[in-house]
Design a protein around this ligand. Structure first.
Ligand SMILES: *Cc1c(COP(=O)(O)O)cnc(C)c1O
Length: 374
């Protein structure tokens, strides 16, 4: 029997083992340690931001980033942040945990990123920031967002959890926000198992992030606290893997692009929309390879996914839109208004095995099973 093809397998054949051994041999296993410093410095430099702050994962990176902005700029409870509806719950919940209100904007059908033409009508006198999320491999079209941020004096939060090494024209993703966040979860371009990073060039935000992620300790009076924070520290063990993964980021992106190219060629005839290979501002990095079934296909994504699962191919559904989330409706944080593009994407879309560990034989088997669906 053929082995099941999981939706993601990481590739850990660089210096990961060597650096992990160094942690154990030297005893540097906590959040103090050289790999933490190195990852913060090297990754922030790479993205053209002055400061990097490692954290436990990409979700809490957002929690801390939004809190730091709220404190610095004295935002009030219920002030509003524009958030794409087609994203992971982490993006929206960071706003909610900070007692701010997410305003959900639909995505557009070509890149699946936030539809920038729908942002301005969503801006009110309470709007303080736009949260950008780069989805599945292509960056969000940033120029309209820069323009709106300037016109309405809004901050930009850049959730780059799926976009390590991606660029918008020549600007690095994660280098364009007033504050930006990354995830190092096992399926991201840099996989530390779990882990995350906040980037900023603002010293005040940098200091606030370090303060909140570290229980609001004060250097002068360590056990005297003026605020309640969190322990969201990342360990040197995770950073060791992260540093090794960062060393091979360009190579990983190359592998992903080849995977995307191969899938596109082999799947060109199926009745479904495939990811755009490029826009004028970026080439697709195919963080994941998504497929959206045409409307005339008689079955939906869920049915397709079940069949593929039975035939040994792992998949994941597309994001369930934020404005339809039961919890956000219950909390009265959704207007429940129809957002046609994201609702259709959830119904018709799913992604197929896209990990760095995927080999050509597996790609061919995935393609064969997808073709068989039709
Ligand atoms: C993965 C991801 C996160 C959260 O990262 P974790 O490390 O899993 O907490 C946040 N936003 C987006 C867009 C992501 O893809």
């Amino acid at each position: 029997m053929n082995r099941f093809i999981p939706v993601n397998e990481p590739l850990l054949n660089g210096n990961e083992k060597k650096y992990l051994n160094e942690c154990i041999d030297t005893g540097w296993i906590s959040s103090e340690g050289r790999f933490i410093k190195k990852l913060e410095e090297d990754f922030s430099t790479y993205c053209h931001q002055k400061y990097g702050i490692t954290v436990a994962n990409g979700s809490v990176a957002l929690d801390v980033a939004v809190r730091a902005l709220k404190e610095k700029h004295n935002w009030q409870d219920n002030d509003e942040i524009i958030v794409p509806t087609f994203t992971l719950i982490s993006s929206a919940q960071s706003v909610i945990y900070n007692k701010l209100k997410p305003i959900f904007v639909d995505c557009e059908s070509v890149t699946w990123n936030m539809d920038t033409s729908k942002i301005e009508p969503a801006i009110t006198t309470r709007t303080k920031a736009i949260m950008v999320v780069h989805i599945y491999g292509l960056p969000t079209d940033m120029q309209p967002i820069f323009d709106l941020a300037k016109k309405y004096d809004l901050k930009i939060i850049e959730d780059s959890a799926q976009a390590h090494g991606q660029t918008y024209f020549n600007k690095k993703c994660g280098g364009m926000g007033d504050i930006s966040t990354f995830s190092f979860y096992a399926n991201k371009h840099i996989a530390a198992g779990e882990g995350g990073m906040i980037l900023t060039s603002d010293k005040d935000l940098f200091e606030k992030c370090n303060y909140f992620k570290n229980l609001c300790f004060q250097p002068e009076q360590r056990y005297v606290h003026n605020d309640l924070g969190w322990n969201f520290r990342m360990s040197n063990i995770q950073a060791a893997v992260g540093v090794a993964q960062f060393e091979r980021l360009e190579q990983s992106i190359k592998i992903k692009k080849q995977m995307g190219k191969k899938y596109r060629e082999l799947l060109s005839q199926i009745p479904a929309q495939l990811p755009m290979p490029k826009m004028d501002y970026a080439e697709n990095h195919y963080w994941v390879f998504g497929i959206v079934l045409n409307d005339d296909v008689k079955f939906n994504a869920q049915v397709a996914r079940e069949k593929l699962q039975q035939n040994g191919v792992g998949t994941r559904p597309f994001f369930y839109p934020m404005h339809q989330q039961p919890v956000l409706i219950r909390l009265k944080l959704s207007d429940k208004e129809y957002r046609p593009v994201s609702e259709r994407l959830y119904d018709r879309g799913f992604y197929i095995p896209s990990g760095l560990g995927l080999d050509d034989e597996q790609i061919e088997k995935v393609v064969k099973e997808i073709r068989r669906l039709f």
